[in-house]
Design a protein around this ligand. Structure first.
Ligand SMILES: Cc1cc2nc3c(=O)[nH]c(=O)nc-3n(C[C@H](O)[C@H](O)[C@H](O)COP(=O)(O)O)c2cc1C
Length: 252
């Protein structure tokens, strides 16, 4: 049993599946309309404008080689809040859109297989100047934050969602990425899932680097409570589910 599961999981890491797929039968090639590049929301939702990358006043001249050299996982944060400029920058750097969306896809600041970008970014916000505590979702098409909810005891709930890892609830903000797998399946069928997993690494790596650049730190979190994290965000766990998290805060 264990041996068979191991074989299956190793298979997931390979690209053998590609040879078994009839790509002429994927939804894309069958003429099915492409799924939206961003999860839709109601027109009366509360939204907060973020600062566009070209208007950032206090974030400039980050030395890429220096940030790469000092990058590490940081799990201890000060009480200093993040500014709106800083969270705007972190969101743009991790999922921001480059240029105009066209024909059902949009280029972003991170790469993605087939430009499918199967993720949504949620934030549990605890300590960001000008933002009340709560759960928000990034809207890359308009560079805004969508207010989702303000559950009680959000710090404790975020820690629980991160399988009891306290730094997830002691942060200024914790990023929680969900996948909407159909965005990738539409193009690649059963070859979608490995590349979704690869893609999310790029997103978090950009977060690591830009955090270092603004005197903050982050720690990737892949050990989380799947059902608990999905319930915290109110996603269905099938068509959309949590795949990765990362806490962020100022560091000394
Ligand atoms: C995919 C992935 C999952 C991780 N999950 C966790 C986690 O759940 N909890 C944690 O404390 N660190 C987590 N980390 C951070 C690693 O422990 C850390 O990257 C590693 O120890 C190397 O340290 P460094 O990032 O400082 O170089 C994760 C890192 C990656 C890339």
């Amino acid at each position: 049993m264990e041996k068979e599961l191991r074989r299956q999981y190793r298979f997931f890491l390979k690209d053998t599946i590609r040879k078994a797929i009839d790509f002429s039968k994927t939804d894309q090639n069958m003429g099915v309309e492409s799924p939206p590049i961003e999860k839709p929301h109601s027109t009366d939702a509360v939204k907060v404008d973020l600062i566009k990358p070209e208007n950032l006043q206090n974030i400039k001249g980050i030395d890429l080689a220096a940030t790469i050299a000092k990058r590490k996982s940081r799990r201890k944060y000060t009480d200093e809040p993040l500014t709106m400029e800083e969270i705007s920058f972190l969101l743009w750097a991790t999922q921001g859109i480059r240029g105009e969306p066209s024909h059902g896809h949009a280029l972003r600041t991170v790469p993605s297989a087939g430009c499918r970008h199967a993720f949504e970014t949620y934030l549990t916000v605890f300590n960001i100047q000008g933002l009340k505590q709560g759960i928000y979702r990034y809207l890359p098409t308009t560079h805004q934050l969508l207010f989702e909810s303000a559950p009680h005891n959000l710090r404790q709930k975020t820690t629980r969602a991160a399988f009891g890892q306290k730094f997830a609830g002691n942060s200024a903000v914790t990023f929680i990425w969900t996948a909407i797998p159909y965005r990738m399946e539409w193009r690649y069928g059963l070859a979608a899932h490995k590349v979704i997993a690869i893609d999310v690494g790029h997103v978090c790596q950009n977060l690591y680097l830009v955090c270092e650049g603004i005197g903050a730190g982050t720690c990737a979190i892949a050990a989380y409570d799947q059902e608990g994290a999905d319930a915290l965000l109110g996603v269905d766990g099938e068509e959309e589910f949590v795949v990765y998290m990362a806490s962020v805060g100022k560091t000394i």
